[in-house]
Write a protein that binds this ligand. Structure first.
Ligand SMILES: Cc1cc2nc3c(=O)[nH]c(=O)nc-3n(C[C@H](O)[C@H](O)[C@H](O)COP(=O)(O)OP(=O)(O)OC[C@H]3O[C@@H](n4cnc5c(N)ncnc54)[C@H](O)[C@@H]3O)c2cc1C
Length: 596
């Protein structure tokens, strides 16, 4: 495999204008934009390999989890969630490949709700959604219809409607329509009922920000794969001058003339900063790491949590089945027509709801339409994802290992399912629980300690339970007759003492059967309060020439999935970093106010 990718050079240089650590979602957007200045040289250092076109087949995505293309992390032992999983730890997949997590994700593209961004920029002078957020989304996106064929992508996020979905999801969509929900994707305002997700695909194949970067064949961008950054090197005044990395077992150094940018992801960037002496003083001291700057790196860790796998059973087989995927016809359809089951992204429908809507509905005796019209523009609290394939669809061969489900739970719950199963998963969009990312020790090879601390704040469970009860009623009313859709009423092991369907039962269930929804953010929070790590220019506080641009800078969660906001922020960051010449004086650490 070719390890160095470069269209305008044949060997690695000792120094580059910009060095980006991590060729993932954000890193590739940034490289593409910085390279617009033709005289600037850019090096991406990526720990994973390059991948190949087989990995771009959308249905292959889940197979990449727990493979060499995944960092294969797990959370620390959780006490209020992940209880039914091996050692009470949730698996924590993250892409270790050029393209990053975008190479293994579900490709769902959601901008979030405009109000999501108000708290991010509350201390930013003259902030407006249109100028500071929307403009960057617009710049990042190219949208096309799924029946068109595209030859070149013009923007990092190439977006189209999904090309393949189950019959069950079409019936569900029709039922929602009858109830008065909007069922087309949102345009300007976000929250719009239930609809088919938009995905980042080019002619039915996965299309990541790294595919876009490679397609441009930029002569001033070099990408070194299988190179893992281990330490940032500083001058005395905390000016980042170079990065030390491990390349095929050797220690190498690359020097950054103008800026060193960490885009190693929410876990990777926090880990690298701490290994380099930037992080919470007490933690670093305990591990024997010299403290260069005491910053709250690794705090404010937030994730979207989900639950509800295989909770919906269908009598008739109208979901997507493994047979559809394995059928030779699907392969032919994919390679000849860019259509069919192989283009499926694993999520047929997404939908959004909020507490005001639920409350209204209870007040006016389930008048959906009235409440919907009144509250559909408000920021949602919960998202629902409809997964056409249950964990049991491959009879326990692969999917169960992605979650680390124990033998006891498998045998006494999942193995008992003898109908088609689907998932209707609720995602808690704005959790109040906060976790941490820490180092296990000072060895760069060691896995970090990822503690999402799910459901540690009572608000999170309260909201989740309210919606589970709501969705149950909704499904009873809408689909029972049509689809033979019904809840899996086998008591979940460990929850038998509670009556099925009561709040106590669901609370127990959620704590047992929890999972990440793969949206880690926040460990290098952007802002100027003393819980932040980077300022509004993405510069690490108190340092010089050092930036962080990836999911870690997002201060709070958005009402949707994280890839789009991360791409938007990388676009935004490129405007600042492009202008940065590398000779500004170090900025003093200024904080506007102490957060509560
Ligand atoms: C299974 C899964 C499904 C998901 N589904 C969706 C979805 O449908 N829609 C959505 O919006 N979001 C989804 N997400 C989340 C989304 O993919 C991520 O939020 C986003 O890709 C993160 O972007 P990033 O740039 O912060 O990090 P990444 O894209 O993860 O990039 C980080 C890169 O840095 C590299 N790296 C890390 N450490 C080092 C080091 N020391 N040296 C060199 N390189 C390093 C990594 O290998 C990686 O390539 C999903 C995520 C997963 C894992």
């Amino acid at each position: 495999e070719e390890l160095m990718i470069c269209y305008g050079c044949n060997k690695l240089q000792p120094a580059y204008d910009f060095i980006i650590v991590g060729g993932g979602t954000a890193g590739c957007v940034l490289a593409r934009r910085l390279a617009e200045n033709k005289s600037a040289s850019i090096l991406i250092i990526e720990a994973g390999g390059r991948g190949n076109s087989f990995l771009s087949i959308p249905v292959v995505g889940p197979m990449l989890q727990q493979s060499n293309f995944d960092w294969k992390y797990t959370t620390t032992r959780q006490t209020g969630s992940c209880l039914s999983l091996e050692k009470q730890r949730c698996k924590y997949p993250l892409g270790k490949i050029l393209g990053g997590s975008h190479q293994i994700n579900n490709m769902i593209y959601t901008r979030g709700h405009p109000q999501d961004y108000d708290p991010w920029f509350k201390d930013f002078p003259g902030y407006s959604y249109e100028k500071d957020v929307e403009e960057y989304f617009n710049r990042a996106e190219q949208i096309y219809h799924s029946n068109e064929s595209i030859s070149h992508s013009q923007a990092p996020a190439l977006i189209s409607p999904v090309r393949f979905f189950s019959v069950a999801s079409s019936i569900i969509l029709m039922a929602f329509n009858r109830l008065g929900y909007v069922t087309s994707p949102p345009t300007q305002k976000y929250f719009g009922g239930f609809y088919r997700p938009l995905v980042t695909q080019k002619n039915g194949r996965r299309w990541t920000t790294s595919d876009h970067l490679l397609e441009l064949k930029l002569p001033n961008v070099a990408i070194l794969t299988k190179a893992r950054a281990e330490k940032i090197l500083f001058k005395d005044n905390l000016e980042a001058t170079a990065v030390r990395y491990n390349y095929l077992g050797d220690n190498m150094i690359a020097k950054a003339r103008r800026a060193l940018i960490l885009s190693a992801g929410t876990i990777g960037s926090a880990k690298l900063l701490m290994l380099s002496g930037i992080g919470p003083k007490d933690h670093l001291k305990k591990l024997g790491i010299k403290v260069l700057n005491d910053l709250p790196v690794g705090n404010n860790f937030q994730d979207h949590m989900t639950t509800g796998f295989d909770l919906m059973l269908v009598k008739k087989s109208i979901g997507l089945s493994m047979l559809d995927i394995l059928h030779p016809f699907s392969m032919i359809q994919y390679y000849l027509k860019s259509q069919g089951a192989w283009t499926a992204n694993g999520v047929d429908l997404i939908g959004f709801s909020n507490l005001e809507f639920t409350h209204c509905k209870n007040q006016v005796k389930n008048n959906f339409t009235l409440c919907y019209q009144k509250y559909s523009q408000l920021r949602p609290d919960i998202e629902f994802m409809m997964l056409p394939l249950g964990l049991t669809s491959d009879l326990g061969i692969h999917l169960r290992t992605l979650f680390g489900i124990t033998d006891n739970i498998w045998d006494n719950y999942f193995a008992k399912i003898n109908e088609s199963a689907m998932g209707i998963l609720p995602i808690l969009l704005h959790p109040k629980s906060r976790g941490t990312v820490r180092l296990a020790n000072k060895n760069p090879n060691s896995k970090p300690l990822i503690n999402p601390n799910y459901l540690s704040h009572p608000y999170d469970m309260k909201v989740l339970l309210r919606f589970i009860v709501q969705v149950r009623k909704l499904y009873d009313r809408a689909f029972r007759g049509t689809l033979g859709l019904h809840l899996n009423e086998t008591p979940f092991p460990g929850c038998e003492k509670h009556e099925f369907g009561t709040k106590c039962y669901w609370e127990c269930y959620v704590r047992q059967m929890s999972s990440t929804c793969y949206h880690p953010i926040g460990t290098c929070k952007m802002g100027i309060t003393n819980d932040s790590v980077v300022d509004f220019d993405f510069h690490v506080h108190g340092t010089h020439k050092l930036f962080v641009v990836d999911g870690s800078v997002l201060p709070t969660q958005v009402s949707g999935h994280t890839m789009a906001p991360i791409i938007m922020m990388a676009e935004r960051a490129s405007d600042y970093i492009k202008k940065f010449q590398g000779f500004d004086l170090p900025k003093p650490k200024i904080f506007s106010k102490i957060p509560p």
